[in-house]
Design a protein around this ligand. Structure first.
Ligand code: HPA
Length: 274
């Protein structure tokens, strides 16, 4: 058994009796979007620091806990705060929570984040459904001995974001009169924001949004054959696209502003998930 799997199992065994619902959907909440978890029917919560061997986020404004509960009748586990590669954790640590949520029973992974727009058609405050991604600027979380219990050595990545879930998101957004942009998410390590030339590089490579999370999580989840969908909240345009310097508080402010629309969209999408 791979050491990473042994560690994962140990971690899971240590929290098994605290997992109060068997989740169907695992939801990861990005910067500024964490409040969503406070509005669902919560059954229990589990702080990351209570879990032995669990990576704990150090970013201010990122809560660190699992929330177990229901969105209407749908059992969910929500990550209120994620861990990032730029905090110094290994990729194995970064994706451990995703793997744990799969072990809890989640078949669907709904990823959200705040991201910088690099597509000139985007505006701060837009939502972008992630239809594909570029993760090559960070190490793959699958490097190392393959965890056979989770998935195969060379997993296919043709459809990381499930086409049916994408269609569902399109329909819900349309019904709610929400403009849902679509595009490719590119992950860089951060924690620094990009230079203007780096933003241009992202665009030339085919990205529409850039961020510091998510893509590695999607790789790990796709390895386990979870069905994945994702939405980026475009909190700002990339550097060099406007005169404004970027700041984490701007990212959080924009996310706060769009939170009500965002909540409506993800709630309805989760309720209708197959
Ligand atoms: N770049 C990278 N990550 C981000 C940005 C950005 O402009 N905005 C929010 N997360």
């Amino acid at each position: 058994m791979a050491a990473a799997y042994e560690r994962l199992k140990k971690c899971y065994d240590s929290i098994q009796d605290k997992v109060s619902v068997r989740p169907k959907v695992a939801l990861v909440l990005g910067s500024g979007l964490g409040d969503y978890a406070d509005g669902i029917r919560i059954v229990s919560t589990l702080d990351y620091h209570e879990i032995s061997g669990f990576p704990v986020s150090t970013v201010s404004g990122h809560k660190g806990r699992f929330v177990f509960g229901y969105v209407e009748e749908v059992p969910v586990v929500i990550m209120q705060g994620r861990v990032h590669y730029y905090e110094g954790y290994s990729m194995e640590d970064v994706v451990l929570p995703i793997r744990l949520m799969k072990m809890m029973g989640a078949k669907i992974l709904f990823l959200t984040n705040a991201a910088g727009g690099v597509n000139y058609n985007f505006h701060a405050g837009d939502f972008m459904m992630i239809t594909d991604q570029i993760s090559d600027f960070v190490p793959s979380p699958l490097i190392g001995p393959n965890i056979e219990e989770l998935g195969e050595r060379f997993p296919d990545m043709s459809h990381i974001y499930d086409p049916d879930l994408c269609q569902l998101l399109r329909e819900v957004a349309h019904e709610q009169g929400i403009l849902l942009q679509e595009g490719t998410y590119l992950q860089l390590t951060g924690p620094n924001f990009e230079s203007p030339r780096e933003v241009r590089m992202c665009r030339i490579l085919g990205a529409d949004a850039v961020g510091m999370s998510t893509a590695c999580e999607a790789v790990a989840a796709n390895h386990m054959k979870m069905k994945i969908c994702g939405i980026s909240c475009i909190s700002n345009l990339g550097s060099g696209m406007t005169e404004q310097p970027l700041s984490h508080s701007e990212v959080k402010e924009t996310a706060d502003q769009v939170a009500p629309r965002f909540k409506k969209l993800i709630t309805e999408a989760i309720i209708r998930m197959p």
